[in-house]
Design a protein around this ligand. Structure first.
Ligand code: ADP
Length: 410
């Protein structure tokens, strides 16, 4: 092998724990230098001299006193402990909060324990590993993110550098969030249970009631007067409405739990499906439905179809004196698609804009317009599940435009 023309020599200096006291100097951890013509041996001979002449590496470093000032201004705990649990250094925040060290061992000083803490990581750290842990301290009542790192001394011995950051606030927020999410999971399970009861247990007796009312009407048809027939109609209508409410509540409760995975979805096809389901309402009302070019998005196609059905169904139901004209459009804004369903119907007073999205809230009596007040709440839940927003712009007598956004995930 030929001789290298260039020799690269890496000189490594280690951080000395002593620099944290008032003695010692901070030496650069790593520096590299090159020499054009010198051999490795020559360079080794010149090393002490080279150290004197080393140029400023450009990096500004804190020296002992500065470093002390920095460490003492910090709110993190910084301490150095040796292999026999002796405390060699603590920064000011520690003594401020826990008092003087007074030659106490770390387990006595920090935890008031008579012997090594059961969670002590000395074995790992003194064999060279950095160990990180979250620890609650009964002395301070706080939780800390603790980093234990081996610190190699000049003489080859090892100390343990421990840095503790108070994360009590973050932990509290995390615990609160966890509690909230547990409550939500519980209440979702309750809702699921309710939905099951509503769909099976409640619908069955309703079917029995409806069946017997019909039999009553059939068998005693000739003996009942007009008033009795009217009452029977009310009863049948009541049952029909409760069934409708149960179906809608069930749909509402299942938006999250029974939702399908988001897949690439052709919105024009989904809209066509929705229009097909509404074809009799469209024909009866003479509605004219038009739409622009619609995009493909990541969505739950059956929920998107329900969304279009509810909005177009409402646009037909709440029509004005003119034939309903409904237009569906989509616009790309920032990172989302904003869809709109515009109609020329009766419109909505802006003071009711918030109310209409709440379950069972309606602005009309059943005599004026049939419905349960669940349609828009289901729409909102579907849009929420897709990570979008849902809103309306309208003026009484001038039609309404319902908007919903869906993040563009492609
Ligand atoms: P429902 O249609 O069963 O009443 P929704 O939740 O779908 O329930 O709508 C809530 C209310 O919002 C309706 O009762 C109606 O007053 C109003 N609304 C919804 N869509 C329209 C629309 N396109 N034009 C005018 N009013 C509307």
């Amino acid at each position: 092998m030929g001789r290298h023309k260039k020799t690269l020599l890496a000189v490594v200096f280690v951080v000395e724990p002593a620099l944290l006291g008032d003695s010692g100097k901070h030496l650069p951890e790593k520096q590299a230098m090159t020499s054009e013509e010198k051999t490795r041996g020559q360079l080794m001979d010149e090393l002490p001299d080279l150290r004197q002449r080393l140029p400023d590496p450009g990096e500004k470093r804190a020296e002992g006193a500065e470093l002390n000032a920095i460490l003492n201004a910090m709110s993190d705990y910084v301490c150095i402990i040796d292999g026999s649990h002796n405390i060699k250094y603590v920064n000011a925040v520690i003594t401020r909060e826990l008092g003087p060290v007074d030659n106490l061992k770390c387990f006595e000083y920090f935890h008031g324990l008579p012997e090594e803490c059961p969670w002590c990581k000395n074995r790992e750290v003194f064999s060279g590993a950095t160990v990180r842990q979250d620890r609650y301290s009964s002395r301070t009542g706080k939780t800390y993110d603790v980093i234990n790192t081996p610190l190699r001394n000049k003489d080859g011995s090892i100390d343990k550098l421990v840095i503790l950051r108070d994360i009590s606030e973050r932990k509290r927020a995390e615990d609160e969030l966890k509690q909230l999410s547990d409550e939500l999971t519980r209440s979702n399970a309750d809702l699921q249970q309710f939905a099951y009861a509503a769909s099976h247990d409640l619908q069955e007796p309703l079917r029995v009631i409806a069946g017997f009312i019909k039999r009553l009407e059939k068998r005693y048809k000739d003996r009942l007067d007009e008033k009795a027939h009217e009452f029977i109609d009310y009863a049948v209508d009541g049952v029909r409405r409760v069934q409708m409410l149960i179906r809608e509540l069930l749909a509402y409760s299942q938006v999250e739990t029974k939702g399908r995975r988001f897949m690439p979805t052709n919105c024009a096809e989904v809209l066509e499906q929705a229009l097909f389901s509404l074809h009799s309402a469209i024909e009866e009302s003479g509605a004219e439905v038009t739409y622009d070019i619609l995009p493909s998005i990541m969505a739950d196609a059956s929920q998107l179809s329900r969304l279009f059905q509810n909005l177009i169904g409402n646009a037909i139901k709440f029509r004005g004196k003119d034939l309903p004209r409904i237009h569906i459009a989509a616009e790309h804004r920032d990172n989302e698609w904003v869809f709109s369903v515009r109609d020329n119907g009766i419109g909505i007073d802006p003071k009711y804009f918030d109310r209409i999205f709440v379950i069972f809230q309606r602005l009309h009596t059943r005599e004026e317009y049939d419905g349960t007040g669940m349609g828009l709440s289901i729409c909102k839940k579907i849009v929420d599940r897709h990570g979008g927003k849902f809103w309306v712009e309208s003026e009484p007598g001038k039609g309404s435009t319902f908007y919903f956004s869906i993040p563009d995930r492609q």
